[in-house]
Write a protein that binds this ligand. Structure first.
Ligand code: ADP
Ligand code: MG
Length: 310
């Protein structure tokens, strides 16, 4: 998927018509060739990257229509170690092709590395849930839960752990389809069926993490299953993060320790008010079994969700 193959000569330039102050931060890339990416403004930012909306234009593109894209780049403040992480993110995305996973369209290496991907119209599921709270009903949310499980099942079969499955990293295509995105923390598992994180170089989304990840830095398909349960909780909470009830006297320790202790004592996020008991009991709670091997695999979760949809 390298742009040098697909779009041999790619130009990235900024929209000249937009006076948006954000655009003052964009640099203009002029590569001679037959393709332009025009950046239109920032739509998101995270630990090391910034995501812009843009248009991919074919200069000599006979009858090819311009297409909307999302472009992820490293922040100017990102450390050099982030470049390695970004390269990993790109390489993982290149290996993936699935209706429930955002697709990469190409990579631009000059003058700075940029990941060009399909633009997903409704943005993150987290914001979509908040905006559409009033009109979202269970079947639509269950269909999203099914899409996420299908995408995750595919990832697992490719031996990839996502490690950042959360509503903010799910993108909404329409009422009927979502896609998994943000492979910034994803890792390819080796011969083991898990990945051990030695020293984190960034803040981690601990609220979505399984006990073994918090305790030992151990990540697997089954720790992604745990995060899937938390993501479903966010969905049925309409984009609000779930919270554990933690006694005040235990609030002193570092966040990660507080959370781990509570989970080890058996505490779990409560059933969201709008979530049916069947969804909580049959899908969400099993994802939070303390023993990772007792959590259902994604193929099983797919069947359960389908069953509830019927
Ligand atoms: P980060 O690593 O900074 O968290 P993400 O890949 O999660 O980066 O993207 C940050 C935000 O940008 C997302 O939450 C979403 O709102 C927006 N975004 C990312 N990719 C796309 C896309 N392909 N289409 C539409 N919006 C996107
Ligand atoms: Mg993200």
């Amino acid at each position: 998927c390298d742009m040098s193959n697909i779009f041999p000569n790619l130009n990235i330039s900024t929209a000249t018509t937009s006076l948006d102050s954000l655009n003052s931060m964009l640099s203009i890339f002029e590569l001679d060739g037959n393709c332009n990416v025009v950046l239109q403004g920032r739509i998101g930012q995270g630990f090391y990257g910034e995501v812009y909306k843009g248009t991919l234009e074919y200069i000599d593109g006979e009858d090819k229509e311009p297409r909307k894209v999302a472009v992820k780049k490293l922040k100017t403040t990102a450390k050099s170690s982030c470049l390695q992480d970004f390269e990993r993110e790109i390489n993982i995305m290149k290996a993936l092709e699935h209706p429930n996973i955002v697709s990469i369209l190409g990579v631009l290496r000059e003058p700075e590395i940029s990941l060009v991907m399909e633009f997903v119209p409704h943005g993150s599921l987290q914001s979509y849930l908040k905006i559409n709270k009033e009109r979202l009903e269970e079947p639509q949310l269950l269909k999203y839960a099914l899409d996420i499980a299908e995408g995750m099942d595919y990832l697992g079969k490719k031996s990839i752990v996502h490690r950042d499955l959360a509503a903010r990293n799910i993108l909404v295509v329409d009422e009927n389809q979502v896609k998994i995105s943000d492979f910034g923390l994803a890792q390819v598992m080796g011969t083991n069926d898990y990945y051990i994180l030695k020293t984190p170089n960034r803040e981690l989304p601990i609220k979505w993490y399984a006990p073994e990840s918090l305790r030992d830095g151990k990540f697997s398909v089954r720790s992604d299953v745990w995060s899937y349960g938390v993501t479903l909780c966010e969905m049925f909470n309409y984009g609000e993060e779930p919270n554990l009830m933690i006694p005040e006297e235990e609030m002193e320790a570092p966040q990660q320790q507080i959370l781990l202790q509570a989970l080890e004592k058996g505490a779990r996020f409560p059933c969201p008010p709008k979530c049916s008991n069947a969804i909580y009991v049959r899908i969400i709670r099993p994802c939070w079994q303390a023993e990772s091997h007792l959590r259902p695999p994604f193929c099983k979760l797919i069947e359960e969700v389908k069953d509830l949809l019927n």
